[in-house]
Design a protein around this ligand. Structure first.
Ligand code: ADP
Length: 455
C-alpha cells in the first residue's frame, strides 16, 4: 500500500478526534497538488467516494490563467466539472499538518466517469499498463534538488525575489558541517515524509550555496510520481511552517547552477528479475536495456518538453554546470544526458539527467516510458558509448535548448502521438505555446536594464 492508512483507520482516528481534516488533491499539469480540505466527518460520510473540481485545473498555467485553445475545456464550454475520485490506496498521515491526512484523487470525466486522458496520473497509468503488457515494470526514482532561503515566502515576495539570503553562504555539496545548520528544516522534511509513508533515502547539500537534494527510494512509476508530488508540496509546507522559503525553479539566477530532477530507471520482469542485467555483457547491460536506452536517445528531443516545461527550464542547460547539453550515453559520466550507473550489477540502470526540478514527474515518467517502449518495440540499436567530456562532443546531437524547439519536437513526434494519443499531445502543445505567448508579451527586467538608457 503506497499510503499508510485505511479508510477504517481514518474513521477510527476521526472518532477519537486525532484527525479532523482530509486534503483531497488531484495533480495538475504543473505537477502541483490541487484540491480541497474536507472536514474529516464529511469525507468519511460522503466525499471518500467522489468529489468535484472545475475542469480548468487541467488547462491552466502556474498563475491560474484561462488560456484559449484547449479542446478539453474553455469559456465556450462553460468550464464545467471533473470528478475527483479519491485513490484510497494513497491515503496517508501528513504529520507536518496537524490533525490532517492526504489522499490523491484520479480525475474522471463528469459524465462518462472515464479517466480524463490528459490528466498526468492517467497518462502515467496508461504507459505503465503498456509496459506491463510487454512483461515489465519500471523501477523509477526522481531526485529533487531545490534552493533554501532564510526569508519566508511573504518576505521573498516583498523583496521581489531579489537579494534573498541562501541558507548557506557557500557551495555545500556533500558538506556535513554546513548542512548541520539546515537540520531543523531538513530533519523535519525527512522525518515528516517518512511518517507519511514516503521512503526517504537521504538529503544532502548540493553544488551551490543554499542548494539541497532529497532522494526517495525507487518505486513503481506511479508510486514514485505520487511520492515526488507529495514530497515537493511537503517541502514547501514545512519550510513555510518554519518561516523559510524553498524554490523548485530550474534556474534561479544566471550565475548559479540550476536544480535538476534526475530520473533513474530500470525494468523488472513480472517475476521480480532485473531485466536490464546481463552478467555476460562488459557493462552488465542486457539487450532489453540497450533497446530501451536507445529509445531514450532516439526520442530525447520529442520528450524534452516533459523534462523542461517552461522558458526558464532551458536556462539550466549550460556546459560545465553538471546539467547536460548533449544526447549521448556514457557509463558513470555526469556530463552525459544519459548516465549508466550500477554497471556490472543487478542494479544497472540509466539516469536521465535532462530534467529540471520544475518537471511534472507523472509527465516525465510517462514520456520516458513511452520512449523506452518505442525502443523495445523496434529493437533500436544503441550507439556506441561516448567517453570523456560530453560538453565537448562536437558531433553529438544537442538537447533542444529552447521551449519553442522542444514544443515543435513534441508536436511532430509520431512516437508520442502513438503512445499518448493526438488529443493528449495537442493539449500539451497548447500548454507549451501558451508559455511562449505569455513570455513574448511580458517586458522583462533584463530588457529595461539593458536598454532604458543605452538603446
Ligand atoms: P546518485 O549518486 O545519482 O545520487 P544513488 O545511488 O544515490 O545515485 O541513487 C539515486 C536514486 O536511484 C535513488 O533514488 C535510488 O532509490 C534509485 N535507484 C537505486 N537503484 C535503482 C534501480 N535498480 N532502479 C531504479 N532506481 C534505482
Amino acid at each position: 500500500m503506497p499510503g499508510n492508512m485505511t479508510l477504517d483507520e481514518l474513521k477510527a482516528a476521526v472518532a477519537d478526534n486525532t484527525i479532523d481534516t482530509v486534503v483531497a488533491a488531484i495533480v495538475d499539469m504543473q505537477g502541483r497538488l490541487m484540491g480541497k480540505r474536507f472536514h474529516a466527518q464529511n469525507f468519511i460520510d460522503h466525499a471518500w467516494q467522489e468529489t468535484h473540481c472545475c475542469n480548468y485545473l487541467l488547462a491552466t498555467d502556474l498563475e491560474m490563467a484561462t488560456p484559449d485553445g484547449y479542446q478539453s475545456t474553455s469559456w465556450t464550454s462553460g468550464y464545467g466539472d471533473y470528478v475527483m475520485q479519491p485513490d484510497l490506496s494513497t491515503l496517508r498521515r501528513t504529520p507536518w499538518a496537524e490533525g490532517t491526512v492526504l489522499v490523491l484523487c484520479d480525475v474522471l470525466d463528469h459524465h462518462t466517469h472515464e479517466e480524463v486522458p490528459h490528466s498526468p496520473r492517467a497518462m502515467l497509468k496508461k504507459q505503465v499498463a503498456r509496459l506491463q503488457a510487454l512483461g515489465y515494470t519500471a523501477a523509477s526514482a526522481t531526485e529533487l534538488e531545490f534552493f533554501l532561503y532564510c526569508e519566508s515566502y511573504d518576505e521573498a515576495r516583498r523583496k521581489d525575489y531579489r537579494d534573498l539570503t541562501p541558507f548557506s553562504p557557500y557551495n555545500e555539496d556533500y558538506h556535513i558541517f554546513q548542512t548541520a545548520k539546515e537540520e531543523p528544516l531538513m530533519r523535519a522534511i525527512r522525518n515528516g515524509l517518512a511518517a507519511a509513508g514516503i521512503p526517504v533515502e537521504n538529503t544532502k547539500g548540493e553544488a551551490e550555496a543554499g542548494q539541497a537534494e532529497l532522494n526517495i527510494r525507487y518505486a513503481d512509476a506511479v508510486d514514485m510520481a505520487d511520492n515526488h508530488a507529495i514530497a515537493k508540496n511537503a517541502v514547501k509546507e514545512i519550510a513555510h511552517g518554519q518561516g523559510r522559503s524553498v524554490t523548485f525553479l530550474a534556474k534561479c539566477h544566471e550565475d548559479t547552477v540550476g536544480s535538476s530532477s534526475h530520473v533513474h530507471q530500470s525494468l523488472w520482469t513480472g517475476d521480480g528479475k532485473p531485466a536490464f542485467y546481463d552478467a555476460e555483457d562488459p557493462h552488465g547491460m542486457s539487450d532489453t536495456m540497450k533497446h530501451y536506452l536507445a529509445g531514450q536517445l532516439n526520442h530525447a528531443a520529442d520528450i524534452t518538453f516533459f523534462l523542461a516545461p517552461y522558458i526558464n527550464s532551458y536556462k539550466r542547460f549550460i556546459a560545465g554546470t553538471f546539467a547536460p547539453t548533449k544526447i549521448i550515453w556514457s557509463v558513470d559520466n555526469r556530463t552525459a544526458g544519459y548516465r549508466v550507473v550500477g554497471n556490472g550489477t543487478s542494479a544497472v540502470r540509466f539516469e536521465c539527467r535532462i530534467g529540471g526540478v520544475d518537471l511534472n514527474p507523472y509527465l516525465a515518467l510517462s514520456a520516458i516510458i513511452a520512449a523506452g517502449i518505442a525502443g523495445l518495440n523496434s529493437k533500436s540499436e544503441l550507439p556506441p558509448e561516448y567517453s570523456g567530456d560530453a560538453y565537448a562532443a562536437a558531433d553529438a546531437t544537442n538537447i533542444p535548448n529552447n521551449l519553442r524547439d522542444a514544443a515543435k519536437a513534441l508536436s511532430t513526434s509520431a512516437m508520442l502521438r502513438e503512445a499518448f494519443g493526438d488529443d493528449v499531445v495537442n493539449h500539451y502543445v497548447r500548454a507549451a505555446q501558451w508559455e511562449l505567448e505569455e513570455f513574448n508579451r511580458i517586458v522583462t527586467d533584463y530588457e529595461i536594464k539593458r536598454g532604458f538608457e543605452r538603446a
